[in-house]
Design a protein around this ligand. Structure first.
Ligand SMILES: N[C@@H](CCC(=O)N[C@@H](CS)C(=O)NCC(=O)O)C(=O)O
Length: 217
């Protein structure tokens, strides 16, 4: 098999990197990892060797370069169709795609005010104007997916899919900032945090030494 390499940023801060990394680990794909700490001279020096957009994550697969987190996940779903990237049911698959794209293009207020910071405990911080609107929409998405498609597992569509990978950094933010949710969402969040791959990511974030002051309070 042609080697897969995923270029990522810091595990503590890089929410976009977490998405494909988590899905690849969770679905059992072997890959090499190159970590370039964000917001450092090293990042500016090295990133364009790999990524035409100058951002992480970027996937290298033979001569193919794939950037943008969701495009990476879609590429992998096409390259490795035997793995469970999306629900099999057509309606569920369509909804999984809708909410994944919605995550990719929305919730800017939440993302700006509650930057991912895996190792921090910032309960009550970040609740700026408009953040609750984003939180409410995310809660509704999780509730509806669990209610309508959640049989057969504790992920949004039962078994782990790309949709869970897309929302995992939001779960991480809700944990860091102590966002209050109902029992359905709480159970979902606990299931995400208990994934072995998620635990591996968080554990690695705890030993990273770089600090990005813009993501700290
Ligand atoms: N839309 C992109 C966003 C990628 C992104 O913004 N990555 C951040 C790290 S999480 C980055 O590379 N920032 C470095 C920079 O902008 O200099 C994706 O989905 O992959």
């Amino acid at each position: 098999m042609t080697e897969l390499t995923l270029v990522i940023g810091n595990k503590n801060y890089s929410s976009w990197s977490l998405r494909p990394w988590l899905a690849m680990k969770q679905l059992g794909l072997q890959f090499k990892e190159i970590r370039i700490p964000l917001d450092t001279p090293e990042f500016s020096e090295k990133i364009y060797q790999y990524s035409p957009s100058g951002k992480v994550p970027v996937l290298l697969h033979g001569s193919q370069i794939v950037w943008e987190s969701l495009a990476i996940l879609e590429y992998l779903a096409e390259e490795f169709p035997d793995l469970h990237w999306y629900p099999e049911d057509k309606i569920a698959k369509t909804i999984a795609r809708c909410i994944s794209v919605e995550m990719h293009g929305s919730f800017q207020t939440l993302r700006n005010n509650m930057p991912m910071n895996c190792r921090a405990k910032l309960s009550g911080k970040g609740m700026a104007l408009g953040v609750q609107t984003d939180i409410d929409r995310i809660i509704k998405i999780w509730q509806e997916c669990r209610q309508n498609f959640g049989d057969g597992g504790d992920m949004l569509f039962g078994k782990f899919t790309i949709a869970d990978a897309m929302y995992a950094p939001v779960v991480m933010r809700f944990v860091t900032y102590g966002v209050q949710v109902d029992n359905v969402c709480q159970d979902y969040m606990e299931a995400i945090m208990a994934l072995p791959a998620m635990q591996e990511w968080v554990k690695a974030s705890e030993v990273e030494e770089e600090v990005i002051s813009a993501s700290e309070f």
